[in-house]
Design a protein around this ligand. Structure first.
Ligand SMILES: [Cu+2]
Length: 124
């Protein structure tokens, strides 16, 4: 009984003859592809800047709600949103203040909403 093959015999031979060079070149295309993919996905970039108004603080949970402006690089429209604070909220920032903040994902593979503020300051 003959095994069904999706490939014509000439193509099989071609693939067999090309096995060694293909293996040798495998790491480069993979790396390029991954780099390209990371560049294409804005959520994988490390750090993003945002502006908004501080709406609420939950000091116990280390979270703040910011009505942030649109962030085009992430394709985020303006919205009120809770963020996790990496550090305690600096003194002198209170609810109602206009703020500038920097954030990054706690884990690049996690849910898109897990953003951590690594810097926050009153907008001058
Ligand atoms: Cu948001």
């Amino acid at each position: 009984m003959q095994m069904p093959s999706p490939f014509p015999i000439g193509m099989m031979l071609f693939m067999a003859l090309n096995t060694a060079p293909a293996l040798a070149e495998t790491p480069e295309p993979d790396k390029d592809m991954m780099h390209h993919k990371m560049a294409m996905d804005p959520a994988n970039s490390m750090k993003h800047e945002g502006y908004g108004v501080l709406k609420a603080v939950n000091a116990e949970r280390g979270k703040v709600q910011i009505a942030h402006e649109a962030i085009p690089e992430l394709r985020w429209p303006a919205m009120p949103m809770w963020f996790t604070l990496r550090d305690p909220l600096p003194n002198g920032i209170s609810v109602g203040d206009a703020v500038r903040f920097e954030m990054m994902k706690s884990n690049p593979k996690s849910n898109p909403q897990e953003w951590v503020i690594i810097r926050i300051e009153r907008k001058r």
